[in-house]
Design a protein around this ligand. Sequence first.
Ligand code: CP
Length: 308
Amino acid sequence: TNDLVSVDQFNNQDVMAILHQAQAFQAGATVQLKRPTFAMNLFFENSTRTHTSFEMAERRLGLQVLAFDPKTSSMTKGESLLDTLKTIQAIGVDLAVVRHPQNAYYRPLVQAGLGLSLINAGDGSGQHPSQSLLDMLTIYQEFGHFDGLKIAIVGDISHSRVARSNMELLTQLGATVYFSGPKHWITNDFTAYGTYQPLDDLVKEMDVLMFLRVQHERLAADSNAAFDAADYHQRYGLTLARAAKMPAHAIIMHPAPVNRGVELASELVDAPQSRIFQQMTNGVYVRMAMIAQLLAHRGLVNVDQLEV
Ligand code: CP
């Protein structure tokens, strides 16, 4: 394939191939590019982790990274995203990584059959495939399998591309998904993937507690005005008292950025059960694997025998 835009593209074998390649990169594997290869990261929504770790992954693979700033690009003159990608392709960019607030922005780009490789770094409340794969790597490193794991996704689910991507991949891989948080944030499209339970019941049973950021930038103004952080934390957050009831082997995950003291008690972000910073580290290796697969498809690298 020339694009990685949604977890719908991955069967279990594809997921495991990426996780194993990511582990090889983590162990020091390298690839040899067959010619100079150029990447551009086009972020139309703010990002720290995804943007930085894609750039880190590109540089570690030996790609040359060209800067792109939406505010000074000719998109401010009305040029479309499709024409922007056609332009950078004509100039010689091989890989475009795009984050955009519009759900499924990538469909017309994929349909256009662009000659460059495309990775979706997050579309609105749609998909976040690289986040999902780094979450899968974190869980796989911890447990060595997915089958039968109990995993709760808690919080601002309806706005979350992370929740959408993860509930799909986790159920496909054999885990059982549960949801918790404010019930009005758990819409019908989620109920096919898991059941709602109060957080106090889930904390005692789960192997993984995955919390989601309250996405104030996607909430209506009146919902933001009514939002009470301390009340949310007591009702739907991982308080220290709730965390004390987790099984000894259970882990805490969060895609971050974390609203400390809201989704999680601040101390828990850095606690031994937290895998939040490991998730970020894993993001570099998973993104190296995703990029390497796309470049291999175009004959720009060979990934059959990753060198350690
Ligand atoms: N988890 C995540 O996507 O973080 P950023 O928005 O900082 O990239």
